[in-house]
Structures are given as C-alpha cells and as structure tokens.
Ligand binder design. Structure first.
Ligand code: SAM
Length: 292
C-alpha cells in the first residue's frame, strides 16, 4: 500500500470511499510526510514497543507506527473509517483495529492481554474536542505507559508546559506535571492537515514519571483543591476554596473546608492571605492539601 501522508493520496482514499469528514469527531487528517517522520522520531518507537494509537483516521500515521513498532493497537470511534482502515492497513500484520470510543475502552485490559501488562507508548494526532479528558483518563486510570506523544492544539501544548505566574497555567498544567515531563517537540501549521483546522498545532511528548515529583497524602483531594482554585482563578485562594471546594474522602463522605481552615493553612505555609491559586507551585498545592 502506498503511503497516505500526501494531499493526493489522502484525497484519493476519501473519494474512493465517498468518506464525509465528521466535524463532531475532530477529523483533520495529516497530509505531510515530513511531520509524520518527526512524530515517529519524537515518540522514539522501537521494535520492542506496543503502541496504542488514538484515532487512526484513514491509517496515515498507523502505517509509520506499524513499520517501527512491534505491535500497534489503533482505536477509532468512527465506524465509517473501519472498512477504509482494513484496506489501507491490510499489508501490516502487526496492527489491530478496535472500533471503540477511547474514553470507554478498557485500556488496562488491552495492555494486559497484548503487552503482558508492560508499559505501552501512546501516539496520536488527537481529536481536539476531547484532548483533556483523554490525557487525564490515560493518567488517572493508571494504564501502564512510558510516554504519550500527541498532536494537540498549540495553546493546549503551551498550557501543559508552563509554571505559576503565567496566564496559561492551570489545572491541566499541574495534572500533566504531576504525572509526566512535558516537552514540546514541534509546531505544526494548519496547512499540514486535510481539512485545515482553525488553530495552530503542536506535538508534545509526555514522559511518564516513575514516581510523582511531589508527595501528597491524598492525590484526589489535592486535585479537587487544584480544580476549585482554578475554577475561580480571579478569586483569592481563601475565597475560591471556601466557596468552591468540596470533595469525597476515602469513605465517600463529602468534605467542605472553611475559610478559617484555608487561612490557617496559608499562614503555616508562610503565604499571603490574598494569594491566588495561579501563584502556587505543584509542591505548594501538595502541602496545602496535606494541611487542610
Ligand atoms: N490519525 C489520523 C491522522 O493523523 O491523519 C486522524 C487524526 S484526527 C485529528 C482524529 C481521529 O480521532 C479521527 O479519526 C476521529 O474519528 C477519531 N476520534 C474522535 N473521537 C474519538 C474517540 N472518542 N475515540 C477514538 N477515536 C476518536
């Protein structure tokens, strides 16, 4: 099968199958071979690797993955793409196509069955409408994985990488940096896709930490605090948490914190009573969580 990563080859497949792009699935297919090579290099795929690809589309990147990895599991939600994938990937014996929603599929089971529970690599040109739930789902479900190399909207890539004191810093930055080391690998303009998205894109690699860089007694509680702090990011932390924080403890009991408790914790940490969540580092959120 010829490579699909050119405008002509992609247009031919689309035409042959009378495929209609579905906006609701974030379908923007890659048509630039140079970018595809760079994604594969960034993901550092070897013949040992079992790779999960989210949203293979017509199989453009899947071909590259199949040629470099031991095995590829490609999870695609759109049933209209399945017959196309069966055709475009028929020369590759190490690819399996799974017609499911990545947010619902049991990846832990797949990894157990296909890779003896050993860490996989995730590579994807993500559907942008669900970037955050996909990334959070991969980390929170504890799927054994060593890295995630993904194309996302440029702004979202920036958000994953920044630290306190910048406008892009938020719950996603903290969550990603708790689980992984983020590195933006390349920027990709809209001209590299068919159809062209309205935004610039970037490839980011998230290398999973073996141990999180900070310790906290209760991870879920820390993330409830982080979410509450950034839901009302213009408010002081005292106000944002006293109004907005409630979380379920280990027994499922809903816990609320009082203004006084937050205030005392900030005092103990030597922080100002008027500080906003956007000024706190991950280590400070971990400490605050343990104090509350
Ligand atoms: N990998 C292809 C490429 O680079 O040309 C296609 C990338 S396109 C940006 C995103 C793909 O994700 C589409 O094929 C879309 O149908 C698929 N998709 C969207 N939502 C999905 C979901 N919830 N689960 C699995 N695949 C999904």
């Amino acid at each position: 099968m010829a490579y699909l990563g050119t405008p002509t080859a992609t247009a031919e497949v689309i035409q042959k199958y009378g495929f209609n792009f579905q906006k609701k699935y974030g379908q923007n297919f890659l048509i630039d071979a140079n970018i595809l090579d760079k994604i594969i290099d960034s993901a550092e795929i070897t013949r040992e690797d079992c790779v999960v690809e989210i949203g293979p589309g017509i199989g453009t990147m899947t071909q590259y993955l199949a040629e470099n990895a031991r095995e590829v599991i490609a999870v695609e939600i759109d049933k209209n793409l399945i017959p196309i994938l069966e055709e475009t990937l028929k020369g590759y014996e190490n690819v399996s196509i799974v017609n499911e929603d990545i947010l619902k599929v049991d990846l832990n089971r797949l990894v157990k069955e296909r890779n003896e529970g050993k860490p996989i690599k995730v590579v994807a040109n993500l559907p942008y409408y669900i970037t955050t739930p996909i990334i959070m789902g991969l980390f929170e479900s504890r799927v054994p994985l060593s890295s995630i190399t993904i194309m996302v909207q440029k702004e979202v890539a920036d958000r994953m990488q920044v630290g306190p004191g910048t406008k892009d810093y938020g719950a996603l930055s903290l969550a990603v940096q708790y689980y992984a080391r983020p590195e933006i690998m390349l920027n990709v303009p809209p001209t590299c896709f068919m159809p062209r998205p309205n935004v610039g894109s970037a490839v980011i690699r998230l290398t999973r930490f073996e141990e999180p860089p900070v310790k906290t007694d209760d991870e879920r509680k820390m993330f409830s605090i982080i979410r509450a702090a950034f839901n009302q990011r213009r408010k002081t932390l005292v106000n944002a948490l006293a109004n907005g924080l409630s979380y379920a403890d280990k027994d499922g009991m809903m816990i609320h914190v009082s203004r006084q408790e937050v205030s005392m914790a900030l005092d103990q940490m030597g922080l100002s009573q008027t500080i906003r969540g956007e000024a706190l580092t991950l280590a400070q959120f971990a400490r605050l969580s343990d104090l509350l």
